[in-house]
Design a protein around this ligand. Structure first.
Ligand code: G6P
Length: 371
């Protein structure tokens, strides 16, 4: 068993380390002669041109990947994108028709609610594209088309490498739609694709700096509550960081949109409460960055212990950080691929420090095939 884990104590730790390869393998072959190729052409460019609305449906970590997809797909295609938990979507009577594209994201391809959401969408004549990590699973079998993530088998119950692979796969769908609809030119698509390819190295770089994150996690492992905040694409990352900590360490953890702090969550801040903040790039949209710096000031003034994930040279964020976790400078939409990694390591280390089985958290299953 130790050999299977490649020298790591847990499969999850091995899977975190495999993320650069998961990204590279998922992208491999999807840019051909300047065009994004999604699948074996079951969804043609004509099909994609007809799309006037996109739904992304998923559960758990795959849902957080879906939330990220919305930022990229709307930005690149100007199509409206709704992201919904499969368990809500399927019972809600959503408005779907032939020109709706439903993207179902599922690592296992067997999650009951996601499968039923696919069946409902097909019943309403929507086109369904599955993003899946498991060859020949039920969800891809019942979908019109499938885009496989090539992350390799994921054994740890808490999803890690599949999350990163799902993000780039969903972004590929966005680029394919943009290309078919003419909202992006071939050279722009090629540039975005190359930027995604470069993320393997960026993730490798982050993985090399996880030692202090482990130390920080051990020092905070006794806390009962840890909060996460983010803005724009940092918001789904905050949700994913909180989900990982709940799943693995059984700590009350919640992610919030930073702009919502004043609408409730700030009331939770008390002396010494750790808050993990996902900072947007200092070179990106300046307004996002400066809003986040003021958010950090507000919670620090109320006693929060601020742990800030930001770029190394982001001095204004560092000036309000009790602890800071550096990440490389990458394009805004791709930042989640690097900022999620320390949060995975953080949750796994807290769980280990508390003596829990990181691969098999209590009450959870790798794939939820009953409702
Ligand atoms: C379970 C797993 C999660 C996963 C979710 C969705 O809750 O513990 O890690 O994100 O199911 O699974 P899927 O296979 O549909 O991606």
């Amino acid at each position: 068993a130790a050999a299977e884990k490649g020298g790591y104590d847990f499969f999850m730790l091995k899977e975190i380390a495999e993320q650069p390869a998961a990204l590279a393998d998922t992208l491999l072959g999807h840019l051909d002669g300047g065009r994004i190729v999604l699948d074996e052409q079951r969804l043609t460019d004509d099909d994609l041109r007809d799309v006037d609305k996109v739904f992304v449906v998923a559960c758990g970590t795959a849902y957080n990947a879906g939330l990220l997809a919305k930022y990229a797909i709307e930005h690149w295609t100007r199509l409206p994108v709704e992201v919904e938990l499969a368990s809500e979507f399927r019972y809600r009577d959503p408005v779907l028709d032939r020109s709706t594209l439903v993207v179902a994201i599922s690592q296992s391809g067997e999650t009951a609610d996601t499968l039923e959401a696919v069946r409902h969408a097909k019943g309403q004549k929507a086109r369904v594209l599955a993003i899946c990590n498991t060859n020949g699973a039920q969800i891809p079998r019942e979908s019109d088309a499938v885009l496989y993530t090539h992350a390799g088998p994921e054994i740890g119950v808490a999803s890690t490498k599949c999350f990163l692979a799902q993000i780039v796969a969903a972004y590929l769908v966005g680029l394919a739609l943009a290309q078919a609809r003419g909202t992006k030119y071939t050279d722009e698509v090629a540039r975005e694709f190359a930027a995604m390819e470069a993320m393997s190295d960026a993730v490798t770089e982050v993985l090399g700096t996880m030692e202090p994150v482990g130390e920080l996690a051990r020092s905070l492992a006794h806390h009962d509550t840890i909060l996460f905040i983010g803005r724009h694409v940092g918001y789904p990352v905050a949700l994913e960081g909180a989900l990982k900590l709940k799943e693995l360490a059984y700590i009350h953890a919640e992610g919030f949109a930073a702009g919502e702090l004043k609408h409730g969550p700030i009331a939770l801040i008390e002396d010494g409460l750790p808050v993990i903040i996902v900072m947007p790039s200092a070179d990106g949209r300046a307004i996002l960055h400066s809003k986040m710096v003021s958010n950090i000031r507000e919670i620090q003034a109320r006693g929060a212990r601020t742990i800030v994930i930001c770029e190394e040279d982001d001095l204004s964020a560092r000036s309000v950080a009790d602890h800071f976790i550096p990440i490389p400078k990458v394009p805004t939409l791709l930042q989640p691929l690097v900022s999620t990694v320390p949060l995975q390591v953080f949750a796994a280390t807290v769980a280990q420090e508390r003596g829990y089985d990181v691969d098999k958290p209590r009450n959870l299953a790798k794939s939820v095939t009953v409702e």
